[in-house]
Design a protein around this ligand. Structure first.
Ligand code: ADP
Ligand code: ZN
Ligand code: ZN
Length: 737
């Protein structure tokens, strides 16, 4: 469909921001008009020329033909940082269907004047041997914070204070105490001039594959190819080194860089890798900063004190004056999808911001999202592949797929297949480390009555409770807990039992099966403390356990050179969720998990236990073959008209009153079926129905799905839905995928 009309918000008072005026798009401008584009329009009685932003496109309008005016032209952005952010908000409004003020809240986060212009750098004052002795002493006395800081300084003799107080959670008193003891020295310096790496580092020489990709990307960028690049590179293939190389080139041009990484991968080690190469004009944000701390970081960026901002999706809105490069690592990660209004996707938003600012944009992953890989196949993104590990001698692990049905036939009822059992024994004998991955926490999956079959469910959510080892049942949606009842609430039977298995149970079974084995467990239950997550990673990295058992938290980009075995206990858990992306998620998890084995000089072994050994997601993960997976998956999406081979709009209604949610959904479905668009553009309205979990935290949910081939028409329909009164006590969200 070619859009004939543009909805424009005209520059003016803030209160008028969401008044959208319709204009006709002259044919000559048709291919330049998109949401976020700045335009010139005739406005008011005298048709005075004003500037505005396009926020929506449609092919019909309620304005009578004789009254509608033509757009006058496109007005280029001047490049002013604030103006670009307003343009980004206008795009966001059109793309995600929120209000302008909601979009501006995200795109123009509050900044305050920077107060601290002094950076504090910590230097190791003792020599290395002394420091090592002090470290041993601190560990013996269980002075954990002190030990963490000394260990960090042994690795890097000078680090910015903000890095250790942030990611390492070290407080001022700890620092002050070490200063008094003469172990560290604090240098205060004013931040001026370009980045200077603090300590001399041997810069890794890129291998020919890396060098080629870096050069190609740079060539394209400097010769006006404005397409973003997608680097598909298997785990450990050296993507990060390519990012570093290109970041250096951009900084050398006097421009700034935003690097997005999922929060869970933003560890101290990751951060130090960037500090070492790029110096201390690097900063970072994360979700535990207070609003004031975050504003402070953004103010430093606005004032030109730093060149690089690293962080999760919100780092994208860092107000750099001359943004030159945006890199999104692990671009497939679900954390890039915002779960609050506006429900923006950070990768798509990064692409648009890149376009507005003329920045170099790079996304990278070992398991790219099907959506973006598909766009790369169509030439909308530049595609680069790295299929070998960068580290010399590091080989891909040896993967075995184990059919658990066969194990059952052979009377093996334990959670370990024979090959996994053998591999664990071998690993223990050789004193190497292993990871066991199970994508469910808790003790057992759900608890139900063996006599009448009634499951025990949460009173606030439509979901069964999960049993935990302490004897309590928990709801993983709202946190409700209760003790295990003695009798079935329905029939009074005493036979209540758990089915399935979570990480907690797996840990217990591992301990029973291999007496003396040292275990660590990482899941939402063990990492809820302030720094539980980094504590566990540190302990495992220091060799304090033989096995790390955990949920998907353990598969995300952590590098443990001593891990030679990865066991995937139930590979099928994520395969049959009610999501069209179930295979994509399963493939991603398995591939990333397998990628954890054998990263350094020791060969790796991976064992995947499954009831579906023939499924292509499992087969392709075992072969670490993303392109093969993509071929199969895209054929399935094509067949089903699922994204990216069609669009889905998910309209969700929530209310504390079940009838109200139901009525609102029925109403909306009837409205949609009356719309000319639904028949004219081959749209299908599916539902309304109950989502997979239809009650969460005492809110009842109903949803309906509109499938369409044309995104613009779908967006116009969304405008119409949002314009309708949602009705009292109904919460409405409308998301297009
Ligand atoms: P990715 O980001 O793709 O997972 P990294 O950039 O982290 O990969 O590289 C994986 C490992 O290989 C790291 O330990 C890194 O230091 C090393 N490495 C990367 N590039 C090279 C190179 N050209 N020569 C030697 N080692 C390299
Ligand atoms: Zn019962
Ligand atoms: Zn609940």
């Amino acid at each position: 469909m070619i859009a004939r009309y543009a909805g424009v918000i005209v520059d003016g008072k803030v209160e008028a921001l969401d008044r959208v005026f319709s204009y006709r798009i002259p044919a000559a401008l048709a291919d330049r008009i998109r949401p976020g584009v700045r335009v010139r329009v005739p406005f008011g009685k005298g048709d005075h020329e004003k500037a505005g932003y396009v926020v929506t496109l449609s092919d019909r309008t309620d304005v009578p033909d004789e009254k509608i005016k033509d757009l006058l032209g496109v007005k280029d952005l001047t490049g002013d940082a604030a103006e670009i952010r307003v343009a980004l908000a206008a795009w966001m409004r059109g793309e995600y269907g929120c209000t302008m003020s909601q979009a501006l809240k995200v795109c123009l986060p509050p900044a305050k004047a920077a107060q601290v212009r002094i950076q504090r750098i910590l230097h190791l004052a003792a020599d290395r041997d002394q420091a090592k002795a002090l470290l041993a002493e601190a560990e013996r006395k269980k002075h954990h914070a002190k030990a963490r800081l000394i260990a960090a300084l042994i690795e890097d003799p000078s680090v910015p204070q903000s890095a250790v107080t942030g990611r390492l959670q070290i407080t001022r008193p700890t620092i002050d105490a070490l200063v008094r003891d003469g172990v560290i020295r604090v240098e205060e310096r004013e931040i001026t001039g370009p980045a200077q790496p603090e300590t001399e580092r041997v810069k890794i020489t890129l291998n020919p594959d890396q060098q080629h990709i870096a050069d190609e990307i740079w060539q394209g960028y400097t010769h006006g190819d404005s397409r973003p690049s997608l680097i598909y590179g298997i785990t450990g293939s050296g993507k990060t080194e390519i990012y570093l190389e290109l970041m250096e080139r951009v900084i050398a041009q006097g421009k700034q860089v935003i690097l997005l990484i999922p929060e869970i991968s933003l560890t101290y080690q990751t951060l130090m890798r960037f500090y070492r190469r790029l110096g201390h004009r690097v900063s970072y944000v994360h979700s535990r900063l207070t609003p004031a701390e975050k504003a402070e970081q953004f103010a430093r960026a606005a004032d030109g004190e730093i060149d690089v901002m690293i962080g999760p999706r919100s780092a994208l809105f860092t107000p750099f004056a001359k943004l030159g490069c945006i890199i999104v690592d692990e671009e497939h990660d679900d954390a890039y999808q915002s779960d609050q209004t506006p429900r923006y996707h950070a990768v798509e938003t990064a692409f648009h911001l890149g376009e507005l600012t003329g920045s170099l944009v790079i996304a990278g992953s070992a398991t790219p999202s099907i959506d973006r890989y598909d766009r790369a196949m169509k030439g909308e993104l530049r595609l680069f592949s790295l299929t070998r590990r960068a580290h010399e001698g590091a080989l891909l692990p040896d993967v075995t797929v184990c059919d658990m049905r066969e194990e059952m036939k052979n009377k093996n009822r334990s959670i370990f297949s024979a090959p996994l059992w053998e591999a664990i024994e071998g690993c223990l004998e050789r004193h190497e480390q292993m990871m066991l991955f199970l994508n469910r926490r808790g003790f057992s999956g759900f608890v139900s009555c063996r006599s009448c079959g009634t499951p025990l469910t949460c009173p606030h959510c439509d979901i069964s409770l999960t049993a935990h080892r302490d004897g309590r049942l928990r709801c993983h949606y709202c946190g409700y807990t209760r003790i295990l009842p003695k009798q079935c609430p329905v029939c009074g039977s005493e036979y209540l039992a758990g089915f399935g298995m979570g990480t907690e149970k797996a840990e217990e079974l591992v301990k029973q099966a291999f007496p003396g084995i040292r275990t660590l467990r990482m899941d939402a239950d063990t990492t809820s403390g302030k720094d539980g997550h980094s504590q566990i990673l540190r302990a495992f990295g220091a060799g304090e356990a033989d096995v790390l058992i955990g949920t998907q938290m353990i598969v995300k980009g952590h590098d443990f050179p001593a891990v030679t075995l990865v066991g995937i206990l139930m590979a099928d858990l994520s395969l049959y969720s009610a999501d069209y992306r179930a295979s994509e998620k399963t493939f991603g998890l398995l591939t990333q998990a397998a990628g954890r084995a054998g990263r350094a000089d020791l060969p790796g072994q991976v064992i995947i236990q499954t009831y579906n050994p023939e499924h292509y997601a499992i087969q392709c993960a075992a072969l670490q073959d993303y392109p093969a997976f993509y071929e199969q998956e895209i054929a399935y999406r094509q067949l089903m008209h699922y994204p990216p081979c069609g669009y889905l709009m998910n309209v969700q209604f929530a209310s504390p009153d079940e009838r109200t949610a139901e009525r609102a959904a029925d109403d909306c479905a009837a409205f949609l079926k009356r719309q000319p668009e639904t028949s004219a553009y081959k749209m299908a309205v599916i539902g309304p129905g109950s989502p997979h979990v239809s009650k969460i935290k005492d809110q009842y949910y109903r949803h309906l799905i509109v499938k369409a081939e044309d995104k613009t028409a779908l967006a116009a329909l969304r405008e119409a839905i949002l314009r309708r009164e949602a009705g009292p006590r109904v919460w409405l969200t409308c998301e297009i995928r």
